[in-house]
Design a protein around this ligand. Structure first.
Ligand code: PEP
Length: 251
């Protein structure tokens, strides 16, 4: 049985004042019946972990280096994220693939290091609009899955987030059928590579313009085990609506 997960990605948003939103979220969802994760900027990790302490909400990083330590100015290691209170990390977000030229093999190396450090690793995959229009979506996703996911992956240390790039922050969302097709494809690929047991235990998140108003129908799609949420995770009230939709799905 896969536990549902609502994951928020704050990206490069939020200073100390934003912790008030986390306080509100902890009050609204104390001991939630689904997993709830917030990934704030690295500067807030430690304070965010203290803010949600005891609420059942988890904290995660948005990236980490592939090396355990060393001369990498400005970078953060997986162990540093752990030390700051993170238990999850997002890797291979399309903004990192685009802004920092991250390739599948870079993401796989980071994922290995993150898993070795005991972090639950959310690996993002997704196609561009051009790739979808050229009917290349499944080829692209297949390549990202085989290239980015390390062999040591299990249902405990890996989560895959399907995030069509054209749906991120745009208000555009694929049809429910399109979401289902990609999630079923990812599930089949994971089962083929890791066997049915592991393949079926990895959680699959949908990400891209999830809002309180469309969350319930998306959560109803087969093989959607939750969401990775950008903009709507910044306000406790909005994220709470998405968490509530997920809680209704399991009740
Ligand atoms: C994201 O960046 O992971 C994301 C899904 O953003 P948004 O929800 O704002 O589309």
């Amino acid at each position: 049985m896969r536990r549902k997960l609502a994951a928020g990605n704050w990206k490069m948003n939020g200073t100390g004042a934003a912790l008030a939103e986390l306080e509100s979220l902890s009050a609204l969802h104390h001991a939630p019946s689904v997993d709830v994760l917030v990934c704030p900027p690295a500067t807030l990790l430690n304070r965010a972990a203290q803010t949600v302490h005891g609420s059942g909400i988890s904290i995660g990083g948005q990236d980490c280096h592939s090396e355990v330590s060393g001369a990498h100015t400005g970078d953060l290691s997986a162990e540093m994220l752990r030390d700051a209170g993170a238990t999850y990390v997002i890797l291979g977000h399309s903004e990192r693939r685009e802004d920092h030229g991250e390739q599948n093999e870079d993401i796989r190396a980071k994922a290995r290091t993150a898993m070795n450090a005991g972090l639950v690793t959310i690996i993002c995959v997704g196609e561009s609009l051009e790739q979808r229009e050229a009917a290349n979506t499944l080829d692209i996703i297949g390549g990202q899955l085989s290239g980015s996911i390390p062999d040591q992956s299990t249902g405990e240390n890996l989560i895959v987030a399907y995030e069509p790039i054209w749906a991120i922050g745009t208000g555009k969302v694929p049809t429910l059928e399109e979401i289902g097709d990609v999630h079923d494809f990812i599930r089949a690929r994971l089962e083929r590579r890791f066997g049915e047991g592991v393949g079926r235990s990895v959680r699959l998140l949908y990400g891209g313009s999830v809002k309180p108003g469309n969350a319930a129908e998306i959560f109803n799609v087969s093989n959607v085990d939750g969401a990775l949420v950008g903009g709507a995770s910044l306000k406790a009230q909005d994220f709470s609506g998405i968490i509530s939709a997920l809680e209704r799905e399991v009740s």
